[in-house]
Design a protein around this ligand. Structure first.
Ligand SMILES: [Zn+2]
Length: 102
């Protein structure tokens, strides 16, 4: 069940970083591990990237980088739009859920 929640967090995280700069799978796996999503398998990450691309939020391009091929993902205008929408909802949710409790 926890994985169900994290799947959404991971998608948001991927879109956020793809907005800053093009990202590739292995780099994103490292970034997510840094945030504590350590047991994220390629079997989860790659389908997530493909799914986000299939939905039109990311676009990918194979690039030769220092002798190694990487598939770099970039945020599309549609991805920017959904990320803006998600940020609004996230701010609203965090405001309520993370509110200091007596
Ligand atoms: Zn991050």
């Amino acid at each position: 069940m926890l994985q169900e929640f994290f799947r959404g967090f991971i998608r948001i995280h991927i879109l956020h970083h793809a907005e800053e700069a093009p990202i590739y799978g292995l780099q994103m796996a490292g970034e997510l591990a840094r945030h504590g999503y350590e047991n994220l398998s390629p079997g989860t990450l790659y389908p997530t990237l493909h799914g986000l691309e299939g939905a039109g939020y990311l676009v990918s391009q194979r690039t030769l980088d220092a002798g190694r091929w990487h598939r770099y993902y970039t945020l599309t205008p549609k991805g920017k739009e959904i990320l803006r929408h998600v940020r609004t909802k996230l701010r609203e949710l965090a405001g309520e859920v993370l509110e200091q409790r007596g």
